[in-house]
Design a binder for this molecule. Structure first.
Ligand code: MN
Length: 244
């Protein structure tokens, strides 16, 4: 329990029920109401920002429906269970903070906190085709780091293709502000304190077979190439601006 909660609890116990509605509003909203609402919702699966068939023909409706309602929903549910079992106060712990100290928790927490975060991000990173090209400070940074947008796509695609088994490919911004490409196994991500390359993920590609097998079977490279048509670069740019 942090100081704000401690103070509030003491305050409530002193004022009694009759005083709560009147007396706690300014205190509650001032101290941590907005953060609490934001953080609590981070742990729940949010509505998909488009219809299951909105990403066709590159990702088919059935893949999207199973991916969202079965795989991703299960990560969110299991994350909730793990938080109860491992006594994580989700009203007072941001998901990012949890991920940044994930080495202190169980494999179940690691898999499901990562799984939930990664999928919530993944849905936002896509939009119905056509994709627009990246612009502004992001494209400048990409050109500076990788030589050109085409070279960046090639390197990111390689990271996605060569990730053995299940995992993710990432474009991330490291703590020193530089861009990097990495890949992680399973549901790990660059926010985790156990990640080989750490930073804030800007773009992530799910290369688990559940993300593409119905349409592409074993042809992961075809899925990766098709996926570029769906990238929501405006959102990636927004993340880049906020991460710097
Ligand atoms: Mn997935």
């Amino acid at each position: 329990m942090n100081n704000a909660q401690q103070n509030r609890r003491q305050f409530l116990s002193k004022t009694g029920k009759a005083g709560i509605a009147f007396a706690t509003m300014p205190l509650f909203s001032k101290v941590y109401a907005a953060d609490t609402i934001l953080q609590a919702s981070e742990y729940a699966q949010q509505p998909l920002p488009y219809a299951y068939n909105a990403l066709e023909p590159y990702i088919d409706a059935m893949t999207m429906e199973i991916h969202y309602t079965k795989h991703a929903a299960t990560y969110a549910k299991n994350l909730g269970d793990a938080c109860v079992a491992e006594k994580v106060d989700t009203s007072n712990t941001s998901l990012i903070n949890l991920l940044s100290s994930i080495s202190k928790y169980s494999p179940k927490m690691r898999n499901n906190a990562g799984g939930h975060y990664n999928h919530e991000l993944f849905w936002q990173l896509m939009k119905p085709a056509p994709s627009t090209a990246p612009s502004g400070t992001l494209v400048e940074a990409i050109n500076k780091t990788f030589g050109s947008f085409a070279e960046f796509q090639k390197a990111f695609g390689e990271a996605a293709k060569t990730r053995f088994g299940s995992g993710w490919a990432w474009l991330l911004v490291k703590k020193d502000g530089s861009l990097a490409i990495s890949s992680t196994p399973n549901q790990d991500n660059p926010l985790m304190d156990i990640a080989e390359v750490q930073g804030t993920p800007l773009l992530g590609l799910d290369v688990w077979e559940h993300a593409y097998y119905l349409k592409y079977q074993n042809k992961r490279p075809d899925y990766i190439n098709a996926w570029w048509n769906l990238v929501n670069w405006e959102y990636v740019q927004k993340r880049f601006s906020e991460a710097k």
